[in-house]
Design a protein around this ligand. Structure first.
Ligand SMILES: [Fe+2]
Length: 460
């Protein structure tokens, strides 16, 4: 016989045997006393069948007042009512959801087995309540602990039975189901066990009326827990959506930079080189990690506003006055583009002011010295140096020694003098290894995934 067919038959036989065994044992152990007092039976049946509105669902796991009602049936009534109500609930729910026969049988078998096992367990830990309980503080405490143990062991057993079924049906590992569906609900299951224990003790010590009032507490607990779990779930979904959105936004930026690199390969190499110089500067200046990230990202994207330039300007031919006004607009265009990304405000500011001069003669705002953001002052130095020494630069190429002299000449007029000295110290110490081969590092420099997670925040 085909192996899957054989497995299927074994599964059906097993489920049928489990159901038949549970029904047989419950009937054999049944006594008329288990159905008394009838008001208690009615109250527990009402909670068991009517508590679905207060269910809290996490993954495939569920925290439900029906379990507390079932535990009370197991401990205060006995196996027959617990198994019968379990069977009725499984049948009704399977019929309402129009489940296939196999799932119908699985539900029936698991619910009746769980009800019987819990009732038997309660006889071990709690004793037979119909045989009479001794009244005393110690006895009540032992009784309460017994009910709590029954509650937690049965909910764990119920999870295990369902998880094995899911494993057979969907091959989802039991360990993963435990982490996703059971573990997050453990505090809820423990609290619900404590409440069931308190209700059981209240009933045995003070009677049905007090138990009826206690049911209200149970309902409020489940209502509040449900609200809490729903809000946590919403927060998780919101965060996932925000990360997804930020990914898309940065993805669009990446496409723009790629398109710009196709039109002007120098831009991509220059961006990578400036980013590496700026990152090293930020480290040398001992900037906080978050600021280092801003400086690095802004350096990488500082000329993204060139995207708006026509090819004629990108080619660096003769520029008309109108062309120069386009060229001078690239910090604003770049900042406007990057500023649209959630959490990228400081990066946009750094881009906006990267052509300012410390003497106030720069653009677009004519800021002076310390008014210019640190990131912009760093980018200005790194960009000027790279433009002077790069192999593919348009003007005459300078040696690092000449470029350093030129930087010193520009210090305190165009560039920040103190930062220029820091930069020169780095260049003299590290040499060309400071940036390595910048021509092939743009993508890795961007490192999108980690960048998005660090900079995008749900509240931004
Ligand atoms: Fe620029």
């Amino acid at each position: 016989m085909d192996r899957p067919i054989l497995m299927r038959r074994v599964w059906w036989a097993g489920e049928l045997a489990l159901l038949a065994g549970s029904l047989f044992l419950a009937t054999s152990l049944s006594s008329a006393a288990e159905w008394q007092p009838i008001l208690l039976v009615a109250l527990l049946a009402a909670i068991y069948f009517g508590g679905d509105r207060l269910n809290s669902i996490v993954g495939d796991g569920i925290l439900t007042p029906a379990h507390s009602a079932m535990v009370l049936m197991m401990c205060l009534l006995g196996p027959a009512p617990a198994v019968l109500f379990g069977a009725v609930a499984a049948t009704t729910k399977s019929a309402l959801r129009r489940l296939p026969a196999s799932q119908w049988l699985a539900n029936l078998a698991s619910l009746t087995a769980y009800a019987l096992a819990g009732s038997m367990l309660s006889r071990v830990f709690v004793g037979n309540i119909h045989a009479g309980l001794a009244h005393g503080d110690v006895e009540y405490a032992v009784f309460g602990i017994g009910v709590f143990v029954v509650s937690f062991v049965t909910i764990s057993l119920n999870f295990l039975i369902v998880a094995v079924d899911v494993y057979i049906e969907e091959e989802r590992p039991v360990g993963r189901q435990f982490r996703e569906s059971f573990l997050p609900l453990i505090p809820g299951h423990l609290t619900s066990g404590v409440l069931a224990a308190l209700l059981a003790v209240a009933y045995t010590a003070l009677g049905l009326l007090v138990l009826s009032c206690g049911v209200l507490v149970l309902a409020i607990f489940h209502y509040l827990t449900g609200a809490l779990l729903r809000s946590e779930d919403r927060a998780e979904k919101l965060e996932a959506r925000t990360i997804h959105l930020a990914n898309m936004q940065v993805g669009v930026l990446s496409m723009l930079m790629d398109a710009l690199a196709l039109r002007d390969p120098e831009t991509s190499r220059h961006a990578t080189a400036v980013a590496r110089y700026a990152k090293t500067m930020a480290l040398a200046l001992d900037c906080p990690e978050e600021e280092q990230e801003v400086i690095h990202t802004a350096a990488l994207l500082h000329d993204i506003g060139k995207f708006t330039w026509p090819d004629r300007i990108l080619g660096a031919g003769e520029l008309t006055d109108a062309d120069w006004s386009t060229v001078r607009r690239h910090p604003q265009d770049g900042a406007a583009l990057v500023g649209k990304l959630d959490g990228y405000g400081p990066v946009a500011d750094a881009i906006l002011y990267h052509h300012e001069r410390v003497d106030g003669g720069g653009y677009p705002a004519g800021l002076i010295a310390g008014e210019i953001p640190l990131a912009s002052r760093i980018i200005a130095i790194c960009s000027t140096y790279d433009t002077m020494v790069a192999r593919d630069t348009h003007g005459p190429r300078m040696t690092p020694k000449d470029a350093i002299e030129e930087l010193r000449r520009l210090a305190s007029g165009q560039l920040d003098g103190e930062l220029v000295e820091t930069f020169i110290a780095l260049i003299e110490r590290e040499g060309p290894e400071l940036i390595g081969e910048a021509s092939d590092g743009y993508e890795s420099e961007l490192a999108f995934a980690s960048r998005v997670r660090r900079m995008a925040s749900p509240s931004a």
